[in-house]
Ligand binder design. Structure first.
Ligand code: SF4
Length: 194
């Protein structure tokens, strides 16, 4: 064998060794990580898709308590068009709703009814406190009014104002959509009341 042929033979052997080493390394990496990686990629992406569907199809419960409820109703009409955000389908049954907009002051007498309606809504569900009264009692600092609906049910978004207009409520819905998207694909922790 000539000198050149011998060198070519050694070079081929080295290349084969190198290829084999790389294949072994890749196989070891695959065995160690790929199962977990594919699992986490699959569940995270699926969670995001579910979150995207949920945020674009919020169905509020038909539930109004005081003056703020008039503004809430206005949100669904053609001027403000909450349908742009998928939140215009007010449901007459809490069983079909996933969003409770607490629009108005909550009296001590009404609190157990509100809690019952909330409990009847299926998971996942969200709550918005609309206006000063439902957020903190507003001007009604007295024994008859609950000083914040977060003492009865867990609140996700507070919309300030007395009353907040439909634009403010829609802004609150956009914030809730962001929250739903941020939490999508993560383990859901049990929400607590204040
Ligand atoms: S926040 Fe103002 S508008 Fe809304 S329920 Fe209270 S008093 Fe009425």
């Amino acid at each position: 064998m000539g000198l050149i042929e011998e060198a070519a033979h050694i070079f081929d052997e080295k290349i084969e060794d190198l290829k084999k080493n790389v294949q072994d390394e890749l196989a070891a990496f695959d065995a160690q990580y790929s199962g977990a990686m594919y699992d986490s990629i699959l569940t995270t992406k699926l969670g995001k898709v579910i979150g995207w569907a949920q945020k674009n199809a919020l169905w509020p419960a038909t539930f109004g308590l005081a003056c703020c409820a008039i503004e809430m109703m206005a949100m669904a009409n053609s001027r403000w068009d909450a349908a742009r955000f998928g939140a215009e389908v007010f449901r007459a049954s809490p069983r079909q709703a996933d969003l409770m907009i607490v629009s108005g002051r909550v009296s001590q007498k009404m609190a157990p009814v509100l809690k019952l309606i909330y409990d009847q809504m299926p998971e996942p569900k969200w709550v918005m406190a609309m206006g000063a009264c439902s957020s903190c009692g507003g001007i009604f600092n007295n024994y008859a009014i609950v000083q914040g609906v977060d003492r009865v049910v867990p609140v996700d978004v507070y919309v300030p104002g007395c009353p907040p207009g439909p634009e403010a409520l829609i802004y609150g819905i956009i914030k809730l959509q962001e929250k739903i998207m941020n939490e999508a694909g993560t383990p859901r922790s049990r929400k607590k009341v204040a």
